[in-house]
Design a protein around this ligand. Structure first.
Ligand SMILES: *Cc1c(COP(=O)(O)O)cnc(C)c1O
Length: 345
């Protein structure tokens, strides 16, 4: 049974006797092997940490459950977040379960359909703001500071605390830390959280490889991007909120940030679903795209390694991206056995 992040990892989290043990059964997501991709990487094992199997379909649930439990403990009656999608879907679901109001500010025209459907279904109040994610985050930070509405973006330190539990699960399942951990980087909260998790466990730590989309790669270029652009909407972020902590994690681990193009992301996205059987959203394919790119440049780079790629969100989050990346459906055939046989040749 999935006990949820708060009950399972209580000893590692900032809980008190008064923290409500909120849970939608988040965490305990599977590590799925990807042997054909591992062969192309030239590594010994590649495991996919399937965070799309969290209750709302992304890793955001791990941190959201802690952030909202702590907000409720402190007496909050409502929460607010800026979001490119998954944060709002997660906040809306946990607010519904906890019985508090959820307010979501989304940048205009930049939210995947599945995520919007979730926020609407869970009854969040949604405000569409003219501007990009970075502007939206700035506005909700100001609002939360003025009003006392709980801010549940990843600048909320409880989010990072909850998210670090994914590192605990990986070490528990593999019975060791991987040599390399690859993940997509947007606001950079998750890379910060994984590093904290591995450091807290003590013992061996992985090298962290953080991949950004080429049109939204401030951590690669070293400067904010004014108008970030990529098909991977979950990482379309020009000025990461956890910039400094993420750079520290990358440096302490001996890792790097690198960029992958949208075409490279889409190629990895298709391979993950067609070869490994794991349907993730485009942003989640960035680490696999990045690993493949590094291995092409240097074929022996990952020799002998155990690698984990974090697939941050489920493919159903962004059905339009999936349909656009696939071949078009053929015209309908006549209802005739021979026609069906011919069509399947
Ligand atoms: C939020 C999110 C990311 C980026 O995580 P950060 O902590 O902002 O770096 C990547 N992929 C998906 C699916 C996400 O929802």
């Amino acid at each position: 049974m999935r006990r949820g992040v708060l009950a399972r990892w209580a000893a590692h989290l900032p809980l008190t006797a008064r923290t409500p043990l909120l849970s939608l059964g988040e965490g305990d997501t599977p590590l799925v092997p990807a042997p054909t991709l591992a062969r192309d990487l030239g590594c010994s094992e590649l495991w996919l940490k399937c965070e799309g199997q969290n209750p709302t379909g992304s890793f955001k649930d791990r941190g959201m459950v802690v952030a909202l439990a702590k907000a409720i403990e402190a007496g909050a009656k409502s929460a607010v977040c800026a979001s490119t999608g998954n944060t709002s879907a997660s906040a809306a679901a946990y607010c519904a379960a906890a019985g508090i109001a959820c307010n979501v500010v989304v940048p205009e025209g930049k939210i995947a359909l599945g995520k919007l459907a979730q926020a609407l279904a869970h009854g969040a109040r949604i405000v569409v703001l003219r501007g990009n994610f970075d502007t939206a985050l700035q506005r909700v930070r100001e609002l939360a500071g003025r009003t006392g509405i709980a801010l549940v973006n990843s600048v909320n330190p409880h989010r990072i605390e909850g998210q670090k539990t994914a590192a605990f699960e990986i070490v528990e399942t593999l019975d060791r830390a991987p040599d390399t951990l690859a993940l997509p980087v947007g606001n950079a909260g998750n890379i910060t959280a994984y590093w904290r998790g591995f450091v807290e466990l003590g013992g061996r730590r992985p090298v962290l490889l953080g991949f950004q989309a080429a049109g939204a790669a401030p951590l690669v270029s070293g400067k904010p991007v004014a108008n970030p652009e990529t098909i991977a909407t979950a990482i379309r972020i020009g000025n990461p909120a956890s910039w400094k902590l993420a750079v520290a994690a990358q440096q302490e681990s001996g890792g790097m940030f690198a960029a992958v193009t949208d075409d490279e992301i889409l190629a990895a996205y298709r391979r993950l679903s067609s070869e490994a059987g794991v349907f993730c959203e485009p942003a989640s394919a960035a680490p696999v795209a990045g690993l493949l790119k590094l291995a092409r440049a240097e074929p022996k780079r990952f020799a002998g390694q155990v690698i984990v790629a974090v697939l941050t969100g489920h493919g159903l989050k962004d059905p339009q991206a999936a349909i656009a990346a696939a071949p078009a459906l053929g015209a309908p055939i006549d209802d005739d056995p021979a026609a069906l046989e011919a069509a399947l040749k």
